[in-house]
Design a protein around this ligand. Structure first.
Ligand SMILES: [Zn+2]
Ligand SMILES: [Zn+2]
Ligand SMILES: [Zn+2]
Length: 157
């Protein structure tokens, strides 16, 4: 299924129409998936091509995407909400994890779930059926670690 068809179907299911704004924001999030774009970044990227789309429109569009389960808002403690698009198959699977470097702010994706045994323990001990999770690890990325080792000083954070 093409991106457009998928978006059209999902919007239609919830009683919404596909519009240029919705398509533009969707395709941008999809194309730059690894960057976890913020509304401000989306605005910067499209303002030349779509000057009629202001911040309010972008916020509204992202809110709608969240509502219909197309995207999730992530908080990486960098002062802005960042968005990640969920693909049709990821609607059924668990969210991947994020590693956030406290030094350079880089966000690294951990594609594997790796939580199976923890999930099992939680389900047993708390009689809680896990549907998904949001896990973020903060620390120092490998690039920064290399640099720190080179300088010979490890920062305590
Ligand atoms: Zn899981
Ligand atoms: Zn780093
Ligand atoms: Zn991600």
């Amino acid at each position: 299924m093409s991106n457009v068809d998928y978006l059209k179907d999902l919007l239609g299911e919830k009683g919404y129409k596909i519009t240029t704004q919705r398509l533009v924001v969707y395709e941008l999030l999809k194309e730059k998936e690894d960057e976890h774009l913020s509304p401000e970044e989306i605005y910067e990227l499209i303002k030349d091509k779509y000057p009629e789309m202001g911040m309010a429109t972008i916020y509204r569009t992202l809110q709608l995407f969240e509502e219909i389960g197309l995207a999730i808002k992530l908080n990486f403690d960098d002062g802005c909400g960042r968005y990640e698009i969920l693909s049709p198959d990821s609607l059924e699977t668990h969210q991947h994890h994020h590693l956030i470097c406290k030094n350079c702010g880089k966000i690294i994706e951990v594609k594997e779930d790796l939580m199976n045994s923890l999930e099992e323990i939680i389900e047993k001990q708390y009689n809680f059926e896990i549907k998904n999770h949001m896990v973020k690890f903060t620390g120092i990325c490998s690039d920064c670690r290399k640099k720190e080792n080179f300088n010979g000083n490890r920062k305590e954070t």
